[in-house]
Design a protein. Sequence first.
Length: 133
Amino acid sequence: MHTYYRRTTLLLPGLGTRLTLDRDLLWTPAPADQPADHPADVRGPLRLSRRLVVETKSAGHPTAADRWLWRRGIRPVAVSKYCAGQALLHPDLPHHRWHRTLHRDLPVVLAAPIDPLTPAGHPADLEHQGARP
């Protein structure tokens, strides 16, 4: 599997926090993920629709950024982009832990196929988080 997204990082040194904002999240199955005898076992590519993945990072206590998000009704959700991508691309895998998050918080749509090895399929500002075993 390959995971692509655009990341913006905000550093708030006076508040002792850092935020990452990931947008345009795209999961694509690696060619090795597509078994020749069962091509329907793997879906994709899939794109996260109209969502940002916001991560606040601090020394372990709620930050001003956390409180700002909470006041706007945005609550924390435990998510791993890698595990979510695997569960979404491989519907045959067990994903009980991710069921609620996948169906409530991660609306995905089928994306147009891309070739991540070509410049057209891998824009310079799109981070590529390589295939993981």
